[in-house]
Design a protein around this ligand. Structure first.
Ligand SMILES: Nc1ncnc2c1ncn2[C@@H]1O[C@H](COP(=O)(O)OP(=O)(O)OP(=O)(O)O)[C@@H](O)[C@H]1O
Length: 259
C-alpha cells in the first residue's frame, strides 16, 4: 500500500499576463510521504516554474496546493509558515544562492536558529556538515571559497537542517562532473532514507535521476504527459517526449575494431 499523500496540486496553472500559452497547465499530482520522484523534461518545458508554484514562491494563475490535507495556496499565511519548514527547496545552481561573503557556519546557523529559537552551538554546526560528509574545518571558510561540489553540499545541509519532510531540488547535480553527480545523488538518497524525507528532483537528464527516484513525471509544454515507475518508464516509455528523453541519454560509442 502507498504511504499517505503528503503534497498535492490540483489544476495548478501559471500563465503570465499577455502570454498566449500557459507555462504550467492544469497540473494535478500527488506526492506520497517519503517518495522519491523525478520531474524531467527538456529545457524550458516549465519544470522550475512548477516547483516554484508548489513552493508558493511564485503566484499561480489558478489551482491549489495542499500539504497533509491543509490548503497552502491560495495562500494562508499561517499555513505557509509551517509549510516552509516541512517543505524545503534547493534552487538551481546553489553555489549562486549562498551568500559568498558569509561563512559556512553562519549559513548553517540561520535555519538551525529558526528551528530551535536559539543560537546553535559548534557541535550542531559540525553535525550539519557531517550529514553531508564535509570536513568541520570548512565552518570558518567563506562560501565564496567553496568548490562547486562543496557549495552543493552546504546548500543541502542548509535545507535539511530544518528537518523537512519533503525536499524539492532543482537540478541538484547538473553542472557537476560524473563522479560528483553520483556522490551527491547517493547523498540525497541516504539523507532521504535516514530522515524519512521525500524528494522531488528536477532534471532535464533522465540518466542523472533514474537511480535515485522510484517514480518519474515527464513534463512537456507545461503538462505532465507521463507519470510512471522509473523501471517501467525506462523499458516502455509511452509518450514521444519520454522516448525523446530516453534517446538523449549518452551511450558509449561502439568500439572501433583495431585489428
Ligand atoms: N514570469 C515569467 N514570465 C514569462 N515567462 C516566463 C516566466 N517564468 C518562466 N517563463 C518562461 O517559461 C518557460 C519555462 O521556464 P522554466 O524555467 O520553468 O523551464 P524549465 O523546464 O525549468 O527549464 P530549464 O531546464 O532550462 O531550467 C521558459 O521559456 C521561461 O522563459
Amino acid at each position: 500500500m502507498l504511504p499517505a499523500v503528503f503534497l498535492e496540486t490540483r489544476q495548478l496553472s501559471y500563465q503570465p499576463a499577455g502570454q498566449l500559452h500557459p507555462i504550467v497547465s492544469r497540473i494535478s499530482l500527488q506526492l506520497h510521504a517519503g517518495e522519491r520522484v523525478a520531474l524531467i523534461g527538456t529545457s524550458g518545458c516549465g519544470k522550475s516554474t512548477l516547483l516554484k508554484l508548489i513552493l508558493a514562491l511564485q503566484p499561480a494563475s489558478e489551482g491549489e496546493v495542499w500539504c497533509q490535507g491543509e490548503l497552502i495556496r491560495p495562500a494562508s499565511v499561517r499555513a505557509l509558515r509551517g509549510y516552509r519548514q516541512q517543505v524545503q527547496y534547493i534552487a538551481q545552481d546553489p553555489a549562486n544562492t549562498l551568500d559568498p561573503r558569509r561563512s559556512v557556519a553562519d549559513t548553517l546557523a540561520e535555519p538551525l536558529r529558526q528551528l530551535t529559537g536559539s543560537k546553535p552551538n559548534n557541535l550542531q554546526l559540525e553535525q550539519a556538515l557531517e550529514h553531508v560528509r564535509l570536513d568541520r574545518r570548512l565552518l570558518s571558510q567563506r562560501c565564496a571559497s567553496l568548490s562547486g561540489g562543496q557549495a552543493q553540499r552546504v546548500a543541502i545541509a542548509r535545507a535539511i537542517a530544518l528537518q523537512p519532510r519533503f525536499l524539492l531540488a532543482d537540478e541538484p547535480v547538473s553542472g557537476l562532473d560524473l563522479p560528483l553527480r553520483q556522490q551527491i545523488s547517493q547523498l540525497l538518497a541516504d539523507l532521504a532514507d535516514r530522515h524519512d524525507m521525500g524528494l522531488l528532483v528536477v532534471s532535464h537528464d533522465l540518466s542523472s535521476v533514474a537511480a535515485l527516484c522510484q517514480r518519474v513525471l515527464v513534463m512537456h509544454n507545461g503538462e505532465i504527459v507521463e507519470d510512471a515507475p522509473t523501471q517501467q518508464l525506462l523499458r516502455h516509455p509511452q509518450h514521444p517526449a519520454s522516448q525523446q528523453l530516453l534517446n538523449a541519454i549518452p551511450r558509449l560509442p561502439p568500439l572501433v575494431n583495431q585489428q
